[in-house]
Design a protein around this ligand. Structure first.
Ligand SMILES: *Cc1c(COP(=O)(O)O)cnc(C)c1O
Length: 400
């Protein structure tokens, strides 16, 4: 079967809820992936930051194979010998008291929202059924019905209502707007330190610090969604570390498994995660031994291989070089660590055609929000590989 055969099959039998680049991948190693025709590509997307550790990392693969052979799933009806170690190692790495494991990122977000509401009723004393949660315009927190209910992206919502009440949105990066929106019933403010899907949007300096202070003053929980920005992507363990801000709850996912398996988690303290009593919440696969063993090794790889520092150094280098490209198409280059957005001018004709052209040159990336090219290679990338990528990027951005 060739590329066109696979595409035809997928189009026939699989729902069309994505519009992928027409490249059919069959193998990956480190920063590289290969398609079914034998072409090699540099992966400049990393599965939206799920493969920060690089494709098929040998250490994570080994941990996965060993655990898969031993015991993949127990359900939480019984205990297993991996979850306690993951919980301890993750809390020690991040400085939180407790974690709650789930599978997808959206589930971690749902978990944080449920915890915030229950905390609001039990600890803050909000009247039953009145809890309010504030999120940001341009947010991306996942695709469940409750989460899309407070999306401001029309396409994410259209046709899927009615939505869960109790949410409102304020402008991203505007701390005054947050303060004005808070009422005595507000239990939480949920925000991304950098809006990844929103187009790699970085809030003004000091925003998170002010948000932290406003939340403290109003007894509102600060929930940071670090599913895309966390675990080294921006050159710190968490993107909020750039402002030395500590949220009350943080959601992580994606790179927590190095791309091998869906693993997500909420990190918080005992007062907040302690609101969950047996039976309140759960997931058949959440915290399973296979997921836990994979996540334990994925975290060790991040630390042992110095990937966070590498992301900071390589990101600064890549961003600096991108800023020096003299292309009439570029409006702005923004980013932190290895999460970089190149915003093109409206007259450039959309980012998609540049992503297609880069694919032809052997570099895979994806447009986000029509005019932004997102560059987010695995954190194991070297300077020589970035130079290789830049040659292609420069060439494509200088095309007509
Ligand atoms: C990807 C992402 C999610 C959702 O994660 P899924 O695993 O796709 O459910 C939530 N929040 C942010 C910031 C993300 O980037």
């Amino acid at each position: 079967m060739n590329t066109q055969d696979y595409i035809a099959l997928e189009n026939q039998y699989n729902a069309h809820n994505y519009k992928p680049l027409d490249v059919v991948l069959e193998r990956g190693e480190g920063i590289w992936v290969w398609d079914v025709e034998g072409n090699r590509y540099l992966d400049f997307l990393s599965a939206y930051s799920a493969v920060n550790q690089g494709h098929s990392h040998p250490r994570i693969l080994k941990a996965m194979m060993e655990q898969a052979a031993r015991l993949p799933l127990t359900s939480r009806a019984f205990r297993n010998d991996q979850l306690p170690l993951l919980a301890q190692e993750l809390c020690e790495l991040t400085g939180y008291e407790m974690m709650l494991p789930m599978n997808s990122g959206a589930e971690a977000v749902e978990t944080a929202l449920k915890a915030a509401r229950k905390w609001g009723y039990e600890v803050k004393g909000v009247a039953a059924g009145q809890a309010e949660i504030i999120a940001c315009e341009g947010n991306f927190h996942g695709r469940t019905i409750s989460i899309i209910g407070f999306s401001t992206e029309a396409q994410y919502r259209n046709g899927f209502g009615p939505f869960t009440p109790g949410f409102k949105t304020v402008a991203y990066g505007d701390a005054d707007a947050l303060e004005a929106a808070i009422t005595p019933n507000t239990v939480a403010f949920m925000v991304e330190p950098i809006q990844g899907e929103g187009g790699v949007v970085i809030p003004p300096d000091g925003y998170l610090k002010r948000v932290r202070e406003i939340c403290d003053r109003n007894q509102v929980l600060l929930i940071l969604d670090e599913i895309q920005t966390g675990l080294g992507r921006t050159g710190q363990l968490m993107a909020a570390d750039w402002e030395q801000v500590r949220p009350d709850m943080v959601t992580i996912g994606k790179a927590l498994s190095g791309g091998f398996y869906p693993v997500s988690a909420v990190l918080s303290n005992r007062e907040i995660l302690g609101v969950f009593k047996p039976g309140d919440h759960g997931s058949t696969f959440g915290g399973n031994p296979l997921a836990s063993a994979i996540a334990r090794e994925a975290l060790k790889v991040l630390v042992d291989e110095g990937l966070i520092t590498n992301a900071r150094e390589m990101g600064a280098y890549l961003k600096g070089r991108l800023e020096r490209i003299e292309s009439d198409h570029i409006n702005e280059v923004r980013g932190r660590g290895l999460l970089i957005g190149v915003e093109l001018k409206p007259q450039a004709g959309g980012a998609r055609r540049f992503a297609e052209a880069l694919k032809q040159e052997g570099l895979l990336c994806k447009e986000t929000h029509q005019h932004v090219l997102r560059f987010a290679p695995p954190l194991v990338i070297t300077r020589a590989d970035i130079d290789w990528a830049l040659e292609r990027i420069e060439q494509v951005l200088l095309m007509a």
